[in-house]
Design a protein around this ligand. Sequence first.
Ligand SMILES: [Zn+2]
Ligand SMILES: [Zn+2]
Length: 330
Amino acid sequence: MKALVYTDTKQIIYRDEPDPVPAPGDVLMKVEATGICGSDMHAYHGKDPRRVPPLILGHEVAGSLVSGPDAGRRVVINPLITCGQCESCDTGRSNLCDARELIGMRLAGAYAEYVTIPSRNIIHMPDSMSAVHASITEPAATALHALNLAREASNRPLAELNTLIIGGGAVGFLAALFLRGYGCNRLVISETNPLRRESLVAHTGCRVHDPINDPPLENDAYDLVIDAVGGGVTRKPAMAAVRTGGMLVHIGLMDTEGVFDIRKLTLFEVKLLGVYCYTPADVRAAVQAIESGLLGDLNWVETRPLSEGAQAFQDLDEGRTAAAKIVLIP
Ligand SMILES: [Zn+2]
Ligand SMILES: [Zn+2]
Protein backbone atom coordinates (compact mmCIF):
# COMPACT_ATOMS: atom_id res chain seq x y z
CA MET A 1 0.00 0.00 0.00
CA LYS A 2 0.99 3.66 -0.28
CA ALA A 3 1.69 5.42 3.01
CA LEU A 4 3.12 8.64 4.34
CA VAL A 5 6.04 7.77 6.59
CA TYR A 6 7.71 10.01 9.15
CA THR A 7 11.39 9.08 8.70
CA ASP A 8 13.25 11.82 10.57
CA THR A 9 12.80 15.33 11.97
CA LYS A 10 10.87 17.37 9.36
CA GLN A 11 11.02 14.44 6.93
CA ILE A 12 7.87 12.82 5.65
CA ILE A 13 8.04 10.47 2.67
CA TYR A 14 5.21 9.05 0.55
CA ARG A 15 6.24 5.50 -0.31
CA ASP A 16 5.25 1.83 -0.56
CA GLU A 17 4.81 0.01 2.74
CA PRO A 18 3.66 -3.55 3.45
CA ASP A 19 -0.12 -3.95 3.84
CA PRO A 20 -1.03 -4.23 7.53
CA VAL A 21 -2.22 -7.64 8.73
CA PRO A 22 -4.96 -7.60 11.38
CA ALA A 23 -4.09 -9.34 14.67
CA PRO A 24 -6.76 -11.45 16.41
CA GLY A 25 -9.60 -9.10 17.45
CA ASP A 26 -8.51 -6.45 14.94
CA VAL A 27 -10.20 -5.44 11.72
CA LEU A 28 -8.64 -4.14 8.54
CA MET A 29 -9.94 -0.78 7.42
CA LYS A 30 -9.63 1.06 4.13
CA VAL A 31 -8.78 4.66 4.96
CA GLU A 32 -10.89 7.40 3.33
CA ALA A 33 -9.72 10.43 5.33
CA THR A 34 -7.10 11.14 8.02
CA GLY A 35 -6.62 14.51 9.69
CA ILE A 36 -3.25 16.03 10.59
CA CYS A 37 -3.16 16.53 14.35
CA GLY A 38 -1.07 18.97 16.38
CA SER A 39 0.53 15.90 17.94
CA ASP A 40 1.60 14.69 14.48
CA MET A 41 3.18 18.11 13.93
CA HIS A 42 4.92 17.75 17.27
CA ALA A 43 6.41 14.44 16.08
CA TYR A 44 7.36 16.05 12.76
CA HIS A 45 9.39 18.59 14.72
CA GLY A 46 11.21 15.69 16.40
CA LYS A 47 9.81 16.73 19.77
CA ASP A 48 7.68 13.73 20.71
CA PRO A 49 9.79 10.98 22.30
CA ARG A 50 6.76 8.66 22.09
CA ARG A 51 6.73 8.77 18.29
CA VAL A 52 9.94 7.20 17.03
CA PRO A 53 10.70 7.17 13.25
CA PRO A 54 10.25 5.42 10.91
CA LEU A 55 6.53 5.56 11.68
CA ILE A 56 3.25 6.00 9.85
CA LEU A 57 1.58 8.80 11.83
CA GLY A 58 -2.12 9.70 11.83
CA HIS A 59 -4.96 8.79 14.18
CA GLU A 60 -7.93 10.97 13.11
CA VAL A 61 -9.42 8.52 10.68
CA ALA A 62 -12.60 7.53 8.90
CA GLY A 63 -13.08 4.87 6.26
CA SER A 64 -14.69 1.52 5.61
CA LEU A 65 -14.12 -1.99 6.92
CA VAL A 66 -12.42 -4.51 4.68
CA SER A 67 -12.47 -7.55 6.99
CA GLY A 68 -14.75 -8.92 9.70
CA PRO A 69 -18.52 -9.49 9.79
CA ASP A 70 -19.25 -5.82 9.00
CA ALA A 71 -17.02 -5.62 5.90
CA GLY A 72 -18.08 -2.73 3.67
CA ARG A 73 -19.48 -0.70 6.55
CA ARG A 74 -18.34 2.94 6.83
CA VAL A 75 -16.79 3.69 10.20
CA VAL A 76 -15.01 6.23 12.36
CA ILE A 77 -12.47 4.92 14.77
CA ASN A 78 -11.63 5.70 18.34
CA PRO A 79 -7.82 5.61 18.00
CA LEU A 80 -7.21 5.28 21.74
CA ILE A 81 -6.77 1.58 22.50
CA THR A 82 -7.34 0.69 26.15
CA CYS A 83 -7.16 -2.51 28.21
CA GLY A 84 -10.72 -2.52 29.52
CA GLN A 85 -9.53 -4.06 32.80
CA CYS A 86 -7.57 -1.55 34.86
CA GLU A 87 -9.15 0.70 37.48
CA SER A 88 -9.33 3.70 35.10
CA CYS A 89 -11.07 1.61 32.43
CA ASP A 90 -13.37 0.14 35.08
CA THR A 91 -14.46 3.54 36.36
CA GLY A 92 -15.31 5.16 33.01
CA ARG A 93 -12.00 6.96 32.60
CA SER A 94 -10.42 4.73 30.00
CA ASN A 95 -8.55 7.75 28.58
CA LEU A 96 -6.28 7.31 31.62
CA CYS A 97 -5.81 3.55 31.09
CA ASP A 98 -2.46 2.31 32.40
CA ALA A 99 -1.87 0.36 29.18
CA ARG A 100 -3.30 2.82 26.66
CA GLU A 101 -1.97 2.95 23.11
CA LEU A 102 -2.78 5.35 20.31
CA ILE A 103 -2.39 4.40 16.67
CA GLY A 104 0.23 6.53 14.95
CA MET A 105 2.30 6.69 18.13
CA ARG A 106 3.93 3.29 18.60
CA LEU A 107 1.47 1.33 16.46
CA ALA A 108 1.18 2.17 12.75
CA GLY A 109 -1.16 5.06 12.04
CA ALA A 110 -3.53 5.96 9.25
CA TYR A 111 -1.63 8.14 6.76
CA ALA A 112 -1.96 5.12 4.54
CA GLU A 113 -4.39 3.24 2.36
CA TYR A 114 -5.09 0.70 5.10
CA VAL A 115 -4.90 0.51 8.88
CA THR A 116 -5.78 -2.13 11.48
CA ILE A 117 -7.69 -1.40 14.67
CA PRO A 118 -9.35 -3.48 17.41
CA SER A 119 -12.97 -4.09 16.41
CA ARG A 120 -14.15 -2.62 19.75
CA ASN A 121 -12.69 0.75 18.67
CA ILE A 122 -15.06 1.07 15.74
CA ILE A 123 -18.05 3.40 15.60
CA HIS A 124 -20.48 3.29 12.70
CA MET A 125 -20.47 6.43 10.58
CA PRO A 126 -23.94 7.87 9.88
CA ASP A 127 -24.89 7.47 6.18
CA SER A 128 -25.25 11.21 5.68
CA MET A 129 -21.75 11.95 6.96
CA SER A 130 -18.75 12.46 4.68
CA ALA A 131 -15.49 10.74 5.59
CA VAL A 132 -13.80 14.16 5.89
CA HIS A 133 -16.35 15.33 8.45
CA ALA A 134 -16.11 11.98 10.25
CA SER A 135 -12.34 12.38 10.53
CA ILE A 136 -12.96 15.49 12.67
CA THR A 137 -14.46 13.22 15.33
CA GLU A 138 -11.24 12.72 17.29
CA PRO A 139 -10.26 16.38 17.80
CA ALA A 140 -13.95 17.17 18.42
CA ALA A 141 -13.97 14.48 21.13
CA THR A 142 -10.90 16.07 22.72
CA ALA A 143 -12.58 19.49 22.80
CA LEU A 144 -15.79 17.96 24.10
CA HIS A 145 -14.01 16.04 26.87
CA ALA A 146 -12.38 19.27 28.03
CA LEU A 147 -15.73 21.09 28.07
CA ASN A 148 -17.45 18.20 29.86
CA LEU A 149 -14.82 18.28 32.62
CA ALA A 150 -15.11 22.08 32.82
CA ARG A 151 -18.90 21.80 33.12
CA GLU A 152 -18.58 19.28 35.96
CA ALA A 153 -16.20 21.57 37.81
CA SER A 154 -18.15 24.79 37.20
CA ASN A 155 -20.90 26.13 39.43
CA ARG A 156 -22.44 27.98 36.46
CA PRO A 157 -23.53 26.82 32.97
CA LEU A 158 -20.71 27.07 30.41
CA ALA A 159 -22.83 29.41 28.25
CA GLU A 160 -22.69 32.07 30.99
CA LEU A 161 -18.92 32.05 31.38
CA ASN A 162 -16.59 34.70 30.04
CA THR A 163 -14.20 32.42 28.19
CA LEU A 164 -10.75 32.74 26.64
CA ILE A 165 -9.37 30.03 24.36
CA ILE A 166 -5.62 30.20 23.77
CA GLY A 167 -4.74 28.58 20.43
CA GLY A 168 -7.03 28.42 17.40
CA GLY A 169 -5.82 25.04 16.11
CA ALA A 170 -8.43 22.33 15.61
CA VAL A 171 -9.06 21.66 19.32
CA GLY A 172 -9.37 25.37 20.18
CA PHE A 173 -11.47 25.94 17.04
CA LEU A 174 -13.79 23.03 17.86
CA ALA A 175 -14.06 24.06 21.53
CA ALA A 176 -15.20 27.49 20.29
CA LEU A 177 -17.79 25.88 17.98
CA PHE A 178 -19.13 23.71 20.82
CA LEU A 179 -19.35 26.73 23.14
CA ARG A 180 -21.12 28.77 20.45
CA GLY A 181 -23.50 25.85 20.01
CA TYR A 182 -24.20 25.91 23.76
CA GLY A 183 -25.10 29.61 23.48
CA CYS A 184 -21.88 31.13 24.79
CA ASN A 185 -21.42 34.69 23.50
CA ARG A 186 -18.56 35.93 25.64
CA LEU A 187 -15.74 34.17 23.91
CA VAL A 188 -12.28 35.34 22.80
CA ILE A 189 -9.74 33.21 20.92
CA SER A 190 -6.08 34.09 21.01
CA GLU A 191 -4.19 32.91 17.92
CA THR A 192 -0.84 33.97 16.41
CA ASN A 193 -1.50 32.97 12.76
CA PRO A 194 -3.28 35.85 10.91
CA LEU A 195 -4.80 33.52 8.26
CA ARG A 196 -6.24 31.33 10.97
CA ARG A 197 -7.61 34.35 12.87
CA GLU A 198 -9.58 35.31 9.73
CA SER A 199 -10.95 31.79 9.46
CA LEU A 200 -11.92 31.81 13.16
CA VAL A 201 -13.83 35.07 12.75
CA ALA A 202 -15.59 33.80 9.63
CA HIS A 203 -16.62 30.42 11.04
CA THR A 204 -17.10 30.94 14.77
CA GLY A 205 -18.09 34.62 14.92
CA CYS A 206 -15.87 34.94 17.99
CA ARG A 207 -13.65 37.85 18.90
CA VAL A 208 -10.03 37.05 18.06
CA HIS A 209 -6.88 38.33 19.67
CA ASP A 210 -3.36 38.55 18.23
CA PRO A 211 -1.08 37.88 21.22
CA ILE A 212 1.93 39.34 19.40
CA ASN A 213 0.64 42.67 18.07
CA ASP A 214 -2.61 43.49 19.90
CA PRO A 215 -2.63 45.13 23.35
CA PRO A 216 -2.55 42.35 25.98
CA LEU A 217 -5.86 40.90 27.13
CA GLU A 218 -7.21 42.00 30.48
CA ASN A 219 -5.79 40.13 33.48
CA ASP A 220 -7.99 38.47 36.13
CA ALA A 221 -10.98 38.69 33.76
CA TYR A 222 -12.00 35.24 32.49
CA ASP A 223 -14.17 32.64 34.25
CA LEU A 224 -12.80 29.93 31.97
CA VAL A 225 -9.44 29.87 30.21
CA ILE A 226 -8.67 26.96 27.89
CA ASP A 227 -5.00 26.56 27.04
CA ALA A 228 -5.13 24.53 23.85
CA VAL A 229 -1.42 25.05 23.18
CA GLY A 230 0.18 24.05 26.47
CA GLY A 231 3.56 25.72 26.22
CA GLY A 232 5.58 27.98 28.50
CA VAL A 233 4.53 30.92 26.30
CA THR A 234 0.81 30.24 26.83
CA ARG A 235 0.67 28.92 30.41
CA LYS A 236 1.77 32.22 31.91
CA PRO A 237 -0.79 34.44 30.11
CA ALA A 238 -3.41 31.71 30.69
CA MET A 239 -3.02 31.95 34.45
CA ALA A 240 -2.82 35.75 34.29
CA ALA A 241 -6.17 35.89 32.46
CA VAL A 242 -8.19 33.78 34.95
CA ARG A 243 -10.44 35.67 37.32
CA THR A 244 -11.06 35.00 41.01
CA GLY A 245 -12.59 31.56 41.44
CA GLY A 246 -12.14 30.85 37.74
CA MET A 247 -10.90 27.78 35.95
CA LEU A 248 -7.88 27.00 33.79
CA VAL A 249 -8.26 23.98 31.52
CA HIS A 250 -4.96 22.73 30.16
CA ILE A 251 -5.18 20.55 27.04
CA GLY A 252 -2.05 21.21 24.98
CA LEU A 253 1.16 19.24 25.25
CA MET A 254 3.58 21.58 23.50
CA ASP A 255 6.33 21.71 26.13
CA THR A 256 6.96 21.67 29.88
CA GLU A 257 8.68 25.07 30.08
CA GLY A 258 7.83 27.77 32.58
CA VAL A 259 5.78 27.71 35.76
CA PHE A 260 2.33 28.72 36.85
CA ASP A 261 1.81 31.59 39.24
CA ILE A 262 1.11 29.28 42.20
CA ARG A 263 0.48 32.24 44.48
CA LYS A 264 -2.36 33.37 42.21
CA LEU A 265 -3.66 29.81 41.97
CA THR A 266 -3.95 29.79 45.76
CA LEU A 267 -5.17 33.33 46.45
CA PHE A 268 -7.73 33.25 43.61
CA GLU A 269 -8.79 29.62 44.22
CA VAL A 270 -8.21 28.92 40.54
CA LYS A 271 -9.37 25.47 39.49
CA LEU A 272 -6.68 23.85 37.37
CA LEU A 273 -7.84 20.98 35.16
CA GLY A 274 -5.55 18.77 33.11
CA VAL A 275 -7.34 17.15 30.18
CA TYR A 276 -6.16 14.19 28.13
CA CYS A 277 -7.95 12.71 25.12
CA TYR A 278 -11.53 11.45 25.52
CA THR A 279 -13.65 8.56 26.65
CA PRO A 280 -15.57 6.30 24.23
CA ALA A 281 -18.73 8.23 25.25
CA ASP A 282 -17.08 11.50 24.20
CA VAL A 283 -16.19 9.98 20.81
CA ARG A 284 -19.79 8.85 20.21
CA ALA A 285 -21.10 12.26 21.32
CA ALA A 286 -18.65 13.96 18.94
CA VAL A 287 -20.00 11.92 16.00
CA GLN A 288 -23.52 12.99 16.98
CA ALA A 289 -22.48 16.65 17.33
CA ILE A 290 -20.98 16.63 13.82
CA GLU A 291 -24.05 14.87 12.37
CA SER A 292 -26.50 17.24 14.07
CA GLY A 293 -24.78 20.32 12.63
CA LEU A 294 -23.89 21.69 16.10
CA LEU A 295 -20.36 22.32 14.81
CA GLY A 296 -21.54 24.06 11.63
CA ASP A 297 -20.62 23.19 8.05
CA LEU A 298 -16.92 22.47 8.84
CA ASN A 299 -15.97 24.35 5.65
CA TRP A 300 -12.78 25.54 7.32
CA VAL A 301 -11.36 22.03 7.01
CA GLU A 302 -9.00 21.70 4.03
CA THR A 303 -8.44 18.44 2.14
CA ARG A 304 -5.36 17.34 0.21
CA PRO A 305 -4.22 14.10 -1.42
CA LEU A 306 -2.20 11.81 0.87
CA SER A 307 0.53 11.82 -1.80
CA GLU A 308 0.99 15.56 -1.10
CA GLY A 309 1.08 15.07 2.67
CA ALA A 310 4.70 16.18 3.06
CA GLN A 311 3.79 19.58 1.58
CA ALA A 312 0.80 19.81 3.95
CA PHE A 313 3.09 19.28 6.96
CA GLN A 314 5.46 21.93 5.64
CA ASP A 315 2.65 24.44 5.04
CA LEU A 316 1.27 23.89 8.53
CA ASP A 317 4.76 24.25 9.98
CA GLU A 318 5.31 27.55 8.20
CA GLY A 319 1.83 28.93 8.89
CA ARG A 320 1.07 29.12 5.17
CA THR A 321 -2.50 27.86 5.49
CA ALA A 322 -5.58 29.27 7.17
CA ALA A 323 -6.91 25.78 7.85
CA ALA A 324 -6.91 24.69 11.49
CA LYS A 325 -7.22 21.18 10.08
CA ILE A 326 -5.89 19.57 6.92
CA VAL A 327 -7.34 16.15 6.12
CA LEU A 328 -5.39 13.83 3.83
CA ILE A 329 -7.21 11.64 1.33
CA PRO A 330 -5.51 8.42 0.11
ZN1 LIG B 1 -5.55 14.20 17.20
ZN1 LIG C 1 -7.17 0.11 31.15
